[in-house]
Ligand binder design. Structure first.
Ligand code: HEM
Ligand code: HEM
Length: 146
């Protein structure tokens, strides 16, 4: 998306889809948090410090995803423009007109996304390490309770 030029067919469509899917992620995040806060979840596995790091990283995932969506919203709505979600409905601009709003929100959006991607890679490697090296139930119990 960031390499597209004015003459590419995707120049308009890709950012539109990106914003629409981003808003969908917000709805999924709300459902997930409602589920997470109202259901029981399994005890951590591994050494105390590993469990601590896992909790910090999992919480960071939720915080980063939410902050990325808010900053994305602030880039698009910086000039007062609403966001059309797949043409189904509009999310209106609420906070706009701040000096450099688009640039600051854009910088936050980009940096936080690369931090999220880095943590997701480490998180996935950690899950695979638990499965193939430690041979514990961390990955398996996502599908079954035992
Ligand atoms: C989990 C959700 C999202 C992720 C992971 C994400 C990720 C990204 C990434 C990696 C870029 C490219 C950054 C760059 O190199 O400049 C980008 C750009 C952008 N995103 Fe998102 N985004 C998300 C949600 C949203 C939402 C909800 C909106 C608006 C409602 C949005 C609006 C934008 C805009 C306008 C740009 C272009 C920024 C620029 O040209 O500086 N994003 N996004
Ligand atoms: C190959 C990809 C992935 C694998 C194998 C994987 C595996 C796992 C496993 C096994 C757990 C449970 C850990 C436990 O029992 O304590 C977990 C939790 C979690 N994962 Fe992933 N994950 C992957 C990708 C992702 C991605 C892309 C995200 C989000 C950006 C993510 C976010 C989370 C969060 C937030 C939790 C904590 C859930 C909670 O307690 O609320 N994961 N993951």
């Amino acid at each position: 998306m960031v390499d597209l030029t004015y003459y590419d067919a995707w120049y308009i469509i890709a950012p539109d889809l990106h914003r629409s899917f981003g808003i969908l992620v917000l709805l999924l995040l709300a459902l997930r948090l409602a589920w997470r806060l109202n259901t029981i979840h399994p005890e951590g596995i591994g050494k105390k410090w590993e469990q601590y790091v896992a909790i910090v990283v999992h919480r960071l995932f939720y915080i980063l995803i939410l902050t990325i969506i808010i900053s994305g919203y602030l880039i698009t709505t910086a000039d007062g423009q609403a966001i059309s979600v797949f043409g189904w409905f509009d999310v209106p601009a609420t906070v706009y007109g701040f000096e450099n709003q688009e640039d600051v929100a854009g910088e936050v959006h980009e940096v936080l996304t690369y931090i999220l991607i880095t943590l997701v890679v480490l998180h996935s490697l950690a899950a695979l390490k638990h499965h193939f090296i430690n041979h514990d139930a961390t990955l398996r119990r996502m599908l079954r309770s035992k």
